[in-house]
Design a binder for this molecule. Structure first.
Ligand code: SF4
Length: 113
């Protein structure tokens, strides 16, 4: 698995597999948060994401929930997110829920379509 920087796991759901699709935080200005202070934001290469999904399909093929990392993956465009979600479905066909932590400012830039 490609975990390149800060990794957080939701303590309430410790068994969900993690998939890093971005690293760092585009905002990085919340006064209470130091998680990504020393990291630049970047998107994981699609090759890494696919390699990690292949690995997860071998270690956790029946996974129904996955947690995406890192801070605000919703900042990615719809086209990039859709390609990643389709890849998740291809490698983990029983997937039902995709969990991530996102900023409202990233979500408000998306249209309903
Ligand atoms: S948006 Fe989240 S990760 Fe980014 S600085 Fe604020 S609390 Fe930290």
């Amino acid at each position: 698995m490609h975990f390149t920087g800060t990794v957080y796991r939701n303590p309430y759901w410790p068994t969900w597999p993690l998939l890093e699709i971005t690293q760092g935080c585009t905002h990085n200005r919340c006064k209470f948060c130091t998680m990504y202070k020393d990291l630049s934001f970047w998107m994981s290469p699609m090759e890494w994401i696919e390699e990690d999904l292949k690995e997860l399909s071998e270690t956790d093929p029946d996974a129904r929930t996955i947690q995406l990392l890192s801070a605000n993956p919703l900042v990615l465009t719809y086209d990039k997110l859709a390609a990643i979600f389709e890849m998740i479905h291809r490698y983990l066909p029983r997937m039902e829920y995709i969990y991530l932590a996102g900023r409202v400012t990233d979500l408000k830039n998306k249209t309903v379509e």
